[in-house]
Design a protein around this ligand. Sequence first.
Ligand SMILES: [Zn+2]
Ligand SMILES: [Zn+2]
Length: 260
Amino acid sequence: MQGTLLFLGTGGSAGIPIITCQCPVCKSSSPLNKRYRPSALLTVGKKKYLLDVGPDFRDQALHYNILNLDGVLLTHTHYDHIGGIDELRIFYFKHKKRLKTLASIETYEELRHRFHYLFMTKQADGSLQSQLDFEILEEDFGKIRFGGLDVQYVSYEQANMKVTGYRFGDLAYISDIREYKDRVIDEIRGVDTLILSALRYDPSEVHFSIDEAIAFSNRVGPNRTFLTHIAHDLEHDETNQKLPEHIRLAHDGLELTFQL
Ligand SMILES: [Zn+2]
Ligand SMILES: [Zn+2]
């Protein structure tokens, strides 16, 4: 079966343009240099799944005409990945149904603390429940059937925070990776398409640099790699000219197909 992945956002945590920044990339008129906070939409058959719900989700949902969702998969609780979680209430109100949400136990506990009111909605039977129907990943690696979708998941770390990466058939989405065990490579080896975060050329304590992302991609060995979570240091066309042929910067609105 074929699925599609649409990049809803490919920017770093501040998005591009960055508020107040006057640099050439932030001031660029090219749509390829406009980057919402990182997120993606998977479509498989008639079903749609959201990968992360950052602070730009409202704009993204309106821009890409997202009318319904069959599930949300979260990577971790940094604001650029969950800042739009409030907007998911609309789907609850519109469809009168709790939205299936996949997250690690660590992500779930943190959300409960930071967005406690989302977990206090009175249900028909009088009980208080979350507006999101959580499916919780207690292990670091595994496979799960989530809302009709076969999902394989892996765990790694960014600044001491556990982050979840996902594999769907021959595509893997690995964002916000800094420290990882070799098992991550073993679990995603054989994918045709790798989506990987890389901030800029200069080293970062919380992200791969471009060179580290290339090295990681070489270890996995996919046919094509798309870099996301991109800072304003990287002009789209200029960077793509320097990258190896099979590694490209993704851009907002780019759609890929993959096999499940
Ligand atoms: Zn991030
Ligand atoms: Zn800038």
